[in-house]
Design a protein around this ligand. Structure first.
Ligand SMILES: [Zn+2]
Length: 296
């Protein structure tokens, strides 16, 4: 996207007078400028009438002003960038006190500043990505401390939440500042697994639907005769099969997770060494029975 080339502005002694650098000279101005073409406007003008880019209160400099007599210069062709992107870059370089000038969409800097300029360009390219509107303020998150699972959850949840985001070359995450609270909430919950990460059993030889039906029938019997040994054994044995089953074809992860969890729960209760009231068994059996009724 960015091509760079050395421009032959070999350090000739062109600076006869004092060099007008913008950095500290004019903290209070009563005019604004176009950073790109240098046009001067009244304070209330927000956009250059020629270039359509936002105006700035930092006085623009010419290529002659960039660097001292012995400094080599280099040019970055940023024609493919939006005016917004160039405006962001201009502001960033000004804040970093990197001497620079524009010739239209071409940026002139000192060769000595190449690294700083490259870094700024990399950062702007991220915020200027289509997924993020460069006109909106962004914030950055470093992801160094996330493990792979948490990284995956973060991506899924940003996507599910419809939160615009982008990554730079370091893997740092950029999001809109206005989304900060939502993103913070996602970060605070990354320890917790997503439903889609739920793992089930290795699979069984029996037909999944017949196992589900078996459980349904066993529960019907258990609810009629809660103290009968055979009713209890049927439920406990079928619960073991359910635990080993893969996610049945066509069934939602959420639904099957509930079946597996509730079966295990009920089985634990039935095989518990402690005295368990019939009410508690009936309550869990009824819940699972109702859930399975929709599946058989
Ligand atoms: Zn302009």
């Amino acid at each position: 996207m960015v091509s760079e080339k050395n421009v032959a502005v070999a350090g000739s002694g062109r600076h006869d007078g004092p060099v007008n650098t913008h950095a500290d000279s004019s903290p209070e101005t009563d005019v604004v400028w176009c950073f790109q073409c240098g046009s001067e406007y009244d304070l209330d003008v927000e956009t250059c009438k020629e270039c359509g880019v936002p105006t700035t209160d930092v006085a623009p400099t010419t290529a002659d002003d960039v660097g001292d007599a012995g400094d080599d210069q280099m040019a970055y062709e940023l024609h493919e960038w939006t005016g917004q992107g160039r405006s962001l870059l201009d502001g960033m370089l000004s804040r970093l006190n990197v001497e620079h000038a524009w010739q239209g969409a071409t940026l002139i800097v000192r060769e000595a500043d190449e690294e700083a300029v490259d870094a700024s360009i990399a950062e702007i390219e991220v915020v200027a990505m289509p997924t993020l509107d460069p006109a909106e303020p962004t914030i950055v998150y470093e992801l160094d401390e996330l493990d792979d699972q948490q990284h995956g959850r973060l991506l899924r949840r940003l996507g599910d939440g419809g939160l615009n985001h982008a990554f730079d070359g370091n893997g740092d995450l950029f999001v809109y500042e206005r989304d900060e609270a939502k993103v913070d909430e996602i970060f605070s919950g990354l320890e917790q697994a997503d439903l889609s990460e739920r793992e089930f059993g290795e699979g069984i030889s029996e037909d999944p639907l017949s196992v589900i039906t078996d459980m349904f029938v066993a529960l019907t019997r258990l609810r009629k005769r809660p103290n009968e040994g055979k009713s209890v054994v049927n439920v406990v044995e079928t619960a073991q099969l359910i635990e080993q089953m893969r996610l049945p074809y066509g069934m939602g992860v959420d639904v099957w997770s509930s079946v597996v969890d509730q079966s295990a729960d009920l089985s634990d209760l039935l095989t518990s060494d402690e005295v368990v009231g019939n009410d508690e068994v009936e309550e869990k059996a009824a819940a699972l029975h109702g859930l399975l009724r929709r599946l058989v």
